[in-house]
Design a protein around this ligand. Structure first.
Ligand SMILES: [Cu+2]
Length: 465
């Protein structure tokens, strides 16, 4: 039995009837007779893009460490079913967080549709408190805007609400609660919403990556975010993942590539990509006309904004992409630690170790050693900086990933190709020729003494944990 049989008239009749009454929104309620099954995702791995099965062709997006929600057509309506619920999200291998999200993950699944589509979105609330969903950036009837108390009653726990509207334009959007917003967003409730152009050729790219910038404050060893934190978060994430848990952005050589992101944290993020310049092509307000798209290598994304940039992946390599705030490429750390650079702490360390065998002094020559050492950490905690590359410790965390541009990839191949094999003679190398005296007669002094920089590297023999 088809859906239209349920209602005793054919889909064709319904479509022409809807055309007669205009938008078809009135008859929408009659059609919403059954709730589509909700799909759930249990994995944090990037899922293959979901190609359209009806309507105009489009190039589906790839949600980093996420997925796209399957839809059901019912007459002219494209139906989605979001379930707001507590979820367990792996932030990176070695750490999971107890968050709130949608359909098994935080962020929720990406919603994809086409300009002109009539969308009907069922939202079931399985949270312990009420919620709503706001469709950030969409042009829609005021009563579908999802602001609890202002445009609709809140959705109580255990109940389902329906949102119906026609997508007025293509572009880059997101969704998030507008109910107990500070708590619900601090707990991870958000998702991406991409509306593809009706014309499949319009601003088309070969690979289209999306992610949300989010942040959490989870004490080392804990599982639930502190929801009252205003700015001093300790986990800076893309799609609720921190490096090295963020999948690479895999691109075929010569592909047209788009990277889209939205910011639902409490501060701005200058997103910087190495190896290329790119054009800012889309904001949350719509497409930037091609002639006006300005070139950048870093694009700042303010709170509540969305940005997309385009480039042609014509330079093979492993290219870093990251937030340029250096604290946002760190995992959990204390921010009130003293600076010890340039000090000699050896005598203090010896005395301290006599009292506290585990005492360790670090930082006298910088903090790079933190990226190399294996310090005991509380359970369920990520190291402050971590990750190994082909040349050693990458010394990053948080909002960091790698754009991997390779020759000869299959069109839909997003699997990690491994590390880049650099052509001979193209990697920075150590000078092995004639040495130069780098000592300076005018080296800086403190109280008349030359500043001595002691290099203290942790090792099994030389340093106690
Ligand atoms: Cu940042």
């Amino acid at each position: 039995m088809t859906d239209s049989d349920n209602h005793g008239y054919s889909r064709r009749t319904f479509l022409s009837g809807a055309a007669l009454i205009g938008a078809g929104l009135v008859s929408g309620r009659v059609q919403a007779a059954s709730i589509p099954e909700a799909a759930f995702m249990t994995e944090a791995a990037t899922q293959p893009p979901l190609a359209p099965t009806s309507g105009p062709d489009y190039n589906p997006v790839v949600t980093l460490n996420g997925w796209t929600l399957p839809t059901r057509m019912k007459g002219q309506w494209k139906e989605f079913h979001l379930v707001a619920e507590p979820v367990v999200r792996e932030i990176a291998p070695g750490m999971v967080a107890h968050l709130w999200g949608y359909n098994g993950q935080s962020p929720g699944p990406t919603l994809e549709a086409v300009e002109g589509d009539f969308v009907r979105i069922f939202v079931t609330n399985r949270l312990p408190e009420h919620t709503t969903v706001h469709w950030h950036g969409q042009l829609l009837p005021s009563g579908m805007d999802g602001v609890g108390g202002l445009t609709q009653p809140h959705i109580p726990p255990g109940r389902t609400f329906v949102y119906e509207f026609q997508l007025q334009k293509s572009g880059t959007f997101m969704y998030h609660p507008h109910a107990d917003e500070m708590v619900q967003m601090a707990m991870g409730m958000m998702g991406f919403f991409v509306v593809h152009p009706k014309d499949p050729a319009f601003r088309r790219v070969d690979r289209d990556f999306v992610f949300l910038l989010n942040s959490y404050d989870i004490e080392p060893g804990a599982y639930v975010p502190k929801v009252n934190t205003m700015t001093d978060f300790n986990l800076w994430t893309w799609n609720s993942r921190a490096f090295p848990g963020i999948d690479p952005l895999v691109c075929g050589l010569g592909d047209k590539v788009r990277v889209r992101f939205g910011n639902l944290t409490m501060t701005n993020h200058p997103i910087h990509m190495h190896g290329y310049d790119f054009k800012v092509s889309c904001t949350d307000g719509g497409w930037v006309p091609e002639a006006a798209a300005w070139p950048e290598v870093t694009i700042d994304c303010a709170v509540g904004q969305m940005r997309a940039f385009d480039f042609v992946a014509d330079r093979p390599g492993d290219w870093a992409i990251h937030c340029h705030k250096s604290h946002h490429t760190m995992n959990a750390m204390g921010h009130d630690v003293r600076t010890w650079i340039g000090t000699d702490r050896n005598s203090v360390t010896e005395k301290m170790q006599a009292l506290v065998p585990d005492y360790m002094s670090m930082g006298a020559s910088g903090m790079a050693e933190m990226g190399e050492m294996e310090m005991p950490l509380p359970d369920n905690t990520l190291p402050m900086m971590t990750g190994w590359g082909p040349f050693g410790a990458i010394e990053m965390g948080g909002m960091f990933s790698v754009v991997k541009v390779r020759e000869g990839l299959g069109r839909d191949d997003y699997s990690d190709p491994g590390w880049f094999e650099h052509p001979e003679g193209t990697v920075s190398y150590e000078w092995s020729g004639e040495s130069l005296n780098v000592d300076r007669a005018d080296a800086p002094t403190i109280d008349g003494n030359t500043v001595e920089v002691q290099v203290v590297k942790p090792s099994a023999a030389g340093m106690n944990h």
